[in-house]
Design a protein around this ligand. Sequence first.
Ligand SMILES: NC(=O)c1ccc[n+]([C@@H]2O[C@H](COP(=O)([O-])OP(=O)(O)OC[C@H]3O[C@@H](n4cnc5c(N)ncnc54)[C@H](O)[C@@H]3O)[C@@H](O)[C@H]2O)c1
Length: 437
Amino acid sequence: MKQALEIAPAQGTLGILLVGLGAVSTTTIAGVIAIRKGLAKPIGSLTQMGTIRLGKRTDGRSPKIDEFVPLARLDDVVFGGWDIFEEDCYAAACTAGVLERSLLDSIRPELEAIKPMPAVFDQRYVKRLSGPNVKKGKNKKALADQLIADIRNFKQKHHCSRLVMIWCGSTEVFMKEGPVHQSLAAFENGLELSDDSIPSSMIYAYAALKEGLPFANAAPNLTADIPAMLELAAQTKAPLAGNDMKTGQTLIKTIIAPGLKARLIGVRGWYSTNILGNRDGEVLDDPESFKTKEESKKSALEYIFQPHLYPDLYNDLSHVVRINYYPPRGDNKEGWDNIDIVGWLGYPMQLKINFLCRDSILAAPIVIDSALFLDLAKRAGMSGIQEWLSFYFKAPMHARDLYPEHDLFIQLMKLKNTLRYMQGEEMITHLGREYYD
Ligand SMILES: NC(=O)c1ccc[n+]([C@@H]2O[C@H](COP(=O)([O-])OP(=O)(O)OC[C@H]3O[C@@H](n4cnc5c(N)ncnc54)[C@H](O)[C@@H]3O)[C@@H](O)[C@H]2O)c1
């Protein structure tokens, strides 16, 4: 056994603060309440259902992950959040239309008790939205201070010992890193001057990190992925993860692509299109928000296929991603992928995937896993970018001099090895020579 990390116990209540009480957040919250009551199972959640092999294959040790590492229990979690709409969590879940009304009615009082705090919001960054529940302040610094006050009040009111914040708000317009993002000093000056390069999501991330809270970004916005936030996270020892949860089509992409590459099957083109009718789809109908999503969705294939190492197989791959807002489908997205592949002697073949998925049903277990693992990281003294949580994200945060790891199977191995490392267990290499010696 190696030395285990010292991990503070998961004592007391964990507050999970969600920015944006839309489809993803309400499906997560209602799901956790229903699971706690024994009304449903936490399918899709590694922290709730996953196991981890320890030692040799012959040892027969595969505990559940939540028995192996000290995670907060769902019974000890309390939710809060912000939204630009005043609807409580029950009404918001009804609007989102993901979960059946009968399930929501069976937990109605718990959902109604969760009311959104007024949001920091500016329509310049999400063009298709406007709502009444919005804070006012003389500059962006004043808005950040109001969020910090919200965080502290929530902690006190709900007797939380720890908090985590996750941005589950809408996708903001595309933005590139600018001078104001380069250092904490420049960023704080930018807050005072209400610099245009600071969108609402960055004000939330700043408030969370300033308070030392772990922060994850479930959307593709730049948000916390800038040097200023990394500097702040290092100062306050806050762990970070993001960006953009890997759910529907990109999840399937990062399952299929590593398999094709493993067998050195070439790919000439990958055409992905979706129809989606929820509010997220409406926001993404704006070209500037779509651009943010497109950049995030397109990065995975390039990194998985490594065309610089396999030019004959993957050079000039034509990768097209489309999202079409189509209201009749609501949250039930339909995605089509056409993949033009190439085999032995250059003979062409095609692979077609038609995925009828439910976006928020795929997202909710990821939100809860990220929150619980980030809380674990914080208690284990691990701050800054948590690359082992890449497993959950379409555009994983990574150190500047590294390329991101997109292959779902490598990501899972990295995640589980990190848990083994935390607990002082041997890494699993899958070499296995000892079984034949
Ligand atoms: N559902 C998925 O599978 C999935 C996957 C990856 C990423 N995402 C991203 O997660 C985010 C949430 O998705 P959703 O389906 O719940 O969308 P949604 O539109 O149902 O919910 C987003 C909520 O955020 C609120 N909001 C926007 N800006 C805000 C602000 N500044 N402060 C507080 N609230 C704000 C909106 O009013 C809305 O209620 C989106 O950015 C989406 O792109 C979703």
